[in-house]
Design a protein around this ligand. Structure first.
Ligand code: KIV
Length: 281
């Protein structure tokens, strides 16, 4: 009888070895139940993204998210995940200030939440931080293109790399991050041909979210994928189911059954023997 091979834990070297052999799968995850489901589904990389601020905490941007919030969510996902590579996302102002701040805060993800890598936004200007983290044994994923922590510089959540100088900058940033020791790079919302060029020139995995099909792997924000965020739907996302509708219908059914008296039914109640009840009465 054929046996199924035992599932392997995904590590940083595993992610790097997958480049060119198979497409990598990456999702965000912010809590225990979604971590469990994503790990069961065979997702390679789980990012505890600072997008938690918008999808789960109700902020208008990722800027208010703090290290303590990120650690709280990363710990919950850690308890769920056995196989996927777990990455903690460095929130705004946890690494931009100094190399020492960057290394200290990255270290919190490893010590307190047992993450296996961190992600940070930015290119050439972040290379000293990336290098220092890698020197301390902490793998780093870079993030270029529409980096949401720079939304005020961009004037909103705007596609990047659509003209010569902006595309050239992203290409140069990708090379610089690779040279600084990043193990992979995430490209967000840039033209597919620019992403293809970066992927062809890179020696490390390039993951895309809104970067077309020619990269080494795809990331989606899980709340977009399952239809659990309805403030806006980014063009790059795809809704595979409508959780808002499913949950809305379930809550509506609960409301009408309580109002009509149909819930709770006998199967939801406990009994007491007549003689015991008689003593109370
Ligand atoms: O926080 C996050 O989920 C991210 C993705 C948008 C790339 O950084």
């Amino acid at each position: 009888m054929a046996t199924t091979p035992e599932r392997k834990k995904i590590t940083v070297p595993e992610v790097q070895a997958a480049r060119g052999k198979r497409r990598l799968l990456m999702l965000t995850s912010y809590d225990y139940p979604m971590g469990l489901l994503a790990d069961r589904a065979g997702i390679d990389i789980l990012l505890v993204g600072d997008s938690v601020g918008m999808t789960t905490l109700g902020y208008e941007s990722t800027l208010p998210v703090t290290m303590d919030m990120m650690i709280h969510h990363a710990k919950a996902v850690r308890r769920a995940v056995k196989y996927a590579l777990l990455i903690g996302d460095m929130p705004f102002m946890s690494y931009q200030t100094t190399v020492a701040d960057a290394v200290f805060n990255a270290g919190r993800f490893f010590k307190e939440a047992e993450c296996e890598a961190v992600k940070l936004e930015g290119g050439v200007e972040m290379c000293d931080k990336v290098h220092a983290m890698v020197e301390c044994g902490m793998p780093v994923m870079g993030h270029l293109g529409l980096t949401p922590q720079s939304m005020h510089r961009f004037g909103g959540f705007k596609t990047q790399g659509r003209d010569f100088s902006s595309a050239q900058q992203i290409i140069a940033d990708a090379k610089a991050l690779e040279e600084a020791g990043a193990f992979a790079i995430l490209l967000e919302a840039i033209p597919d041909r620019v992403a293809k060029l970066i992927t062809e020139r890179a020696n490390i995995p390039i993951i895309g979210i809104g970067a077309g099909p020619s990269v080494d792997g795809q990331l989606l924000i899980v709340h977009d994928l399952v239809g659990f965020f309805d403030k806006f739907q980014p063009r790059f996302s795809k809704k595979y189911c409508d959780l808002n509708k499913v949950i809305g219908e379930a809550l509506g059914a609960f409301k009408s059954e309580v109002e009509s008296g149909a819930f709770p039914g006998p199967e939801h109640c406990w009994t007491i023997k007549d003689e015991e009840f008689a003593k109370i009465k």
